[in-house]
Design a protein. Sequence first.
Length: 402
Amino acid sequence: MTDPDVIVVGAGPTGLMLATELAMRGITCRVLEQRAHESNLTRAFGVHARTLELLDMRDLAGPLLDQGIKVEEIRPTFGPTSIRLSMRHPESRYPFVLIVPQARTEALLAEHARDLGVEIVRGATVTGVRQDGSVTIEGPGGRRTERAQFVIGCDGAHSQVRQSLGVGFSGATYSTNILLADLRLADPDERAVRTFVGRDGVVLMPPFGDGWVRAVVWDRRRENVPLDEPLGIEEVGESLSRLAGRDLGVREMRWSTRFRSERRQADAYRKGRVFLAGDAAHIHSPLGALGMNTGLQDAMNLGWKLAAPCRATRRPGYWTPTKASATRSEHRRCASPTCSSASAWPPPRYGPSGPSSPEECSPYPRSTPRCVGASLACPLPTRPATRTTLTRGRAAASPTPA
Ligand SMILES: Cc1cc2nc3c(=O)[nH]c(=O)nc-3n(C[C@H](O)[C@H](O)[C@H](O)COP(=O)(O)OP(=O)(O)OC[C@H]3O[C@@H](n4cnc5c(N)ncnc54)[C@H](O)[C@@H]3O)c2cc1C
């Protein structure tokens, strides 16, 4: 087996996107994934306008749009008062939030990666990584060490890569739980994210478009129930009716969990030949649906920059480390405000089980300018755009059809 230019650890959305960004520039890439099968888990469900614009540059927005539903407004209800928040960003050609299960986004990216020649090895658990680019792996078929010019840890919040490097993950755990459940309601609203804000907490309900909705519930009365206590349909139904102020008609539940959010950021995004991206580098509350979006944008940013030194190792004297090193400060600068704004909910509690002060709770400077996780140092097309058509190992540019 020949050494690839890059080993990506983790076939989540970040790892798959990064692998395709490298492969389309002719960089050989191997993705190591501990799961034996593709995921059917839905964590992320919201894809924002900026991410769709980036996916469109790779001809991937269309296929994803076909599988999701476009939500053009959010309707928060405060007791008897209901308001409408428009998501129709006039400046984007995707003036909505796309609701699509994370598993479908991952499946699309995996197919695209394979088309570009990326090798995805499933059942391969990375147990250690060194700064020189060597990786120890368990399975499939035993234990071994592999090498690459660069290694990228896209292995999620509990990143083994980050731990192997000894990089800290500064931040805090919220002191309260939220409830998550996939439900069928008597009267689902398929076009809007329904939101209820009451004295006891907040409910957010994005629709999946197939009759199911995801309920994200912060219920002050249930926030300290132990995480391992089963969450049944009666408890979810009771919380929803109390917070919404009316019976929402819960008919069926296919999945539920109690979830405790964290907000953390890696102390370094790069050590030697090893980088971190996506949840391995930053996590925050699911409110705002920013996590996967930020990871995909990390991947776009790191991909084109890392391609340069990878090529340079084949042409001695060509490479200077400036671009890939710049990524560290850029994607940290981008992730920080995302983490800060997403951390606004649920409001943290300070005290014995949580951080003692807001400063301790947030690793991000309070003065950080606000932005959505969309600012990104990546060359973007101006309208009329050039669409990039991808073929195995090379990219060909053609004008975008009107
Ligand atoms: C309830 C909830 C709702 C959310 N909703 C949204 C949303 O609407 N929009 C949004 O943008 N984000 C959302 N997020 C966040 C989003 O799910 C994550 O940010 C996203 O999955 C991160 O992608 P990733 O590829 O960086 O990491 P992951 O998706 O965690 O993928 C990491 C991969 O690495 C693999 N792996 C781990 N360790 C190893 C190892 N040692 N060796 C090999 N492989 C390994 C894992 O099996 C996994 O496949 C939500 C999160 C939660 C919990």
